[in-house]
Design a protein around this ligand. Structure first.
Ligand SMILES: Cc1ncc(C[n+]2csc(CCOP(=O)(O)OP(=O)(O)O)c2C)c(N)n1
Ligand SMILES: [Mg+2]
Length: 332
């Protein structure tokens, strides 16, 4: 047996591959179904960014909370939200994660610590501060390591006042929060260079008194290692941090985006050279820790799962008038 150079066992590695592949196939399928007119509303796809979501969420349990973005499907899947409930939600059907009344940008599952995708840029950051404060109180009462909260924002959303205020609040209150900047180089069609003055988010974090680290977000192992450190820091009460993941998005900003702002050949180049799934597969197979046929078997299982999820979503009824006021107000 070859020695395993990775920090995860072969079965854990296969599980991470499965999660990333599930996100990829989920998004590839939505791309096709949306273009056919099968899906209502708006969707923003996470394909290409899987290593970040899965690398970070590998260190979390259900008691840890995440606050996601408009591009939230990958975060949901990596946090353990049921793929069938997600698909129904995106199709606007009963049995969806929010009974079909929220759609792509509002998928939430509090039992999994998934506080919600969010159509308002930067709005997840103060929610994560709230979850971090709650975790801090719980930790004081019970002792031991703290639950943590993760806030995700894109490079564009990182300019929002709410995000910057949250960095300050988390630092002042020493909250167990990690702020993840998913830097895919674009905010809609605006390139990062045009809209963000600093080259590195680590510098921006330093201005608020937070440590920061930048990683290649297309490298699962780099994300996994860096996320492990900042999350352990938060759990141990040593305070908040910022983690910048440099990444690529394989599709447009939203489905239907003609992407005329991309450089010539950019899309084929990132698919060929910056595909986090290919990089992961190359690393684990060339080290001899997993065999190609094990990965292909997972690919086939995932494809079948996504087919079933779409089939069930299409069969599920739409919410009716009687559902209008259910799940709107909390019952005390
Ligand atoms: C407060 C607010 N302002 C503007 C928008 C419109 N909007 C939606 S997504 C987006 C760009 C987001 O870019 P980024 O944060 O980099 O995330 P990405 O889409 O690249 O994942 C904008 C401007 C919004 N939803 N909310
Ligand atoms: Mg972006």
């Amino acid at each position: 047996m070859p020695t395993n150079p990775f920090p995860l066992s072969p079965s854990e590695l296969l599980d991470k591959y499965r999660q990333m592949r599930t996100i990829r196939e989920f998004e590839e399928r939505l791309h096709v179904d949306f273009s056919r007119g099968d899906i209502p509303g708006f969707v923003h796809l996470y394909a290409g960014e899987e290593a970040a979501g899965v690398g970070i969420m590998s260190h979390l349990h259900d008691g840890d909370r995440i606050a996601s973005t408009h591009r939230g499907h990958g975060h949901c899947i990596a946090k353990g939200v049921d793929v069938f409930a997600m698909m129904k939600e995106i199709y606007g059907r009963k049995g969806g994660a929010c009974e079909g009344k929220g759609g792509s940008m509002h998928i939430a599952d509090l039992t999994k610590g998934m506080m919600g995708a969010n159509g308002i840029l930067g709005a997840g950051a103060p929610l994560a501060c709230g979850a971090g404060l709650a975790a801090k109180y719980r930790q004081k009462a019970r002792g031991g390591p703290s639950d943590v909260a993760i806030s995700f924002v894109g490079d564009g959303a990182s300019n929002q006042g709410m995000f910057l205020e949250s960095l300050n609040l988390a630092a002042v209150w020493n909250l167990p929060v990690v702020f993840v900047v998913e830097n895919n180089g674009y905010a809609e069609s605006t390139s990062r260079e045009y809209g963000v003055a600093v080259d590195s988010y680590v510098d921006r974090a330093a201005g608020f008194g937070l440590p920061g680290v930048t990683v290649d977000g297309t490298d699962f192992f780099a994300v996994h290692e860096a996320a492990g450190e900042v999350i352990a820091r938060a759990r141990d009460g040593a305070g908040p941090s910022l983690l910048e993941c440099k990444m690529v998005r394989f599709f447009g900003h939203f489905e239907g985006d003609a992407q005329t702002y991309r450089a010539k050949g950019e899309l084929s180049d990132i698919r060929a050279n910056q595909d986090c799934l290919k990089k992961f597969a190359d690393a684990v197979t060339s080290a001899g820790v997993l065999a190609d046929k094990q990965l292909r078997a997972v690919d086939a299982e995932v494809l079948a799962l996504i087919d079933q999820a779409v089939e069930q979503a299409k069969l599920a009824p739409e919410p009716g008038a009687a559902d209008l006021t259910t799940d709107v107000y909390v019952q005390y």
